[in-house]
Design a protein around this ligand. Structure first.
Ligand SMILES: CSC[C@H]1O[C@H](OP(=O)(O)O)[C@H](O)[C@@H]1O
Length: 370
């Protein structure tokens, strides 16, 4: 497969330099405005990066990991530039402390997606490893940038591999269901859950995708529908509460979803509503596949019960595009994710292959970095 395989020009996040003064910055597609507007942001401070992640301008587990890595590299470059401007030395100890503090800042934005923690830990490890070599601090800052670029490049590669493995599970003529957005917009590559769909479609299989709208913030309706449309993949948008109806009618061959964190026993935290889908799928004997890179696997947690679930603001539920849809003062719950117990998961597709039960043993053999 060559680069022309993927038609869309979707780019989620990248490293760049300001045209005017050559300052390091991060280019980022503002996903909160899609599909109505395609707006590119240019971030020059780590606080802007943290705000972009917290406000879902960039969202999806793999790409928030990449964004956090770029954020750490940006913070290091910014501190060095500040010191150079006043001709003050930046010591290794100061750089290390700054990188640690910025990692903590970025990790406070979204607690469930483990990729954020994985990426910032990897950035800190990179600094610790080379620090012993007494390398000049300018070179350490450049190395952090290279490490972030490597994380992004590995994500692109992982998406391809997940796509190739997952496509084997899709047959010509299948109708598939997906939830939220686990496509190109959630990664720096062709996506996680949507990657097998793209690979299968490009290999000539005729497919149809049912897309859950995914309340409360509509990643399915706004992002997945937009992304699939750009790629020319036939789709039908449905509201979340229609999924059971279509399963019962026998219209759905399999379900592909992403993941924000996978525990050692194979329990999966993913966008709220995934658990309900999984139970329905089980009742209708429809396979549910989770597609995620190894950076989403957290072997330090024995089960999904230990996965922290992000609670988001009530306004995401009580309003739609700024318009109130509920009575003022109503009590609201807004967990962003739920946990699907592993017995409901038919297979977990990673860049290293397809993992089937028993998950505890088979995930351990994958050689993840956690
Ligand atoms: C490829 S992971 C995408 C993953 O991210 C989503 O959450 P959010 O939009 O809140 O970042 C959701 O859980 C998707 O499955």
């Amino acid at each position: 497969m060559d680069d022309s395989f993927f038609h869309s020009q979707v780019r989620t996040v990248w490293w760049e330099e300001d045209e005017a003064d050559g300052r390091a910055q991060i280019g980022l597609l503002d996903q909160s405005l899609l599909p109505q507007q395609v707006v590119i942001m240019h971030l020059q401070h780590e606080q802007q990066v943290a705000d972009a992640i917290a406000s879902l301008k960039v969202r999806g587990a793999p790409v928030i990991g990449v964004t956090a890595a770029f954020g750490v590299a940006l913070a290091a470059a910014r501190l060095l530039a500040e010191r150079q401007a006043v001709q003050r030395e930046l010591t290794l100890a100061e750089l290390s402390e700054h990188v640690h503090e910025v990692s903590q800042l970025l990790c406070r934005t979204r607690p469930t997606a483990v990729n954020l923690f994985w990426a910032t830990e990897r950035m800190q490890r990179c600094l610790q490893q080379v620090a012993r070599t007494s390398m000049p601090v300018q070179q350490l800052v450049a190395l952090l940038q290279e490490e972030a670029q490597a994380i992004a490049a590995e994500d692109v590669q992982a998406c391809w591999q997940m796509g190739m493995y997952g496509a084997e599970l899709i047959a010509d003529g299948d109708t598939l269901l997906t939830h939220c957005n686990a496509g190109a917009l959630a990664t720096t590559g062709i996506g996680t859950a949507l990657a097998p769909i793209y690979v299968a479609a490009r290999s000539g299989k005729n497919l149809h995708v049912l897309v859950d709208e995914t309340r409360p913030v509509l990643q399915g309706a706004r992002l997945t529908a937009w992304e699939l449309q750009q790629e020319g993949i036939p789709l039908t948008l449905i509201t979340d509460n229609m999924a059971g109806h279509f399963m019962r009618q026998g219209n759905i061959r399999s379900i592909f979803v992403g993941a924000d964190r996978i525990a050692a026993n194979g329990d999966v935290a993913n966008k709220i509503g995934t658990y309900s889908l999984a139970v329905l799928a089980h009742a209708h004997q429809i396979p549910l596949y989770v597609v995620a890179p190894c950076s989403t696997i957290d072997l330090s947690l024995p089960s999904g019960d230990q996965i922290p679930i992000e609670q988001r603001k009530p306004e995401e539920v009580t309003t739609l595009y700024g318009t109130s849809i509920a009575p003022a003062g109503v009590a609201v719950a807004n967990p962003a994710f739920d946990v699907t117990p592993h017995p409901y998961i038919s297979a977990i597709i990673t860049e290293k292959g397809i993992v089937r039960p028993p998950y505890r043993e088979n995930l351990r053999e994958l050689d993840t970095e956690h």
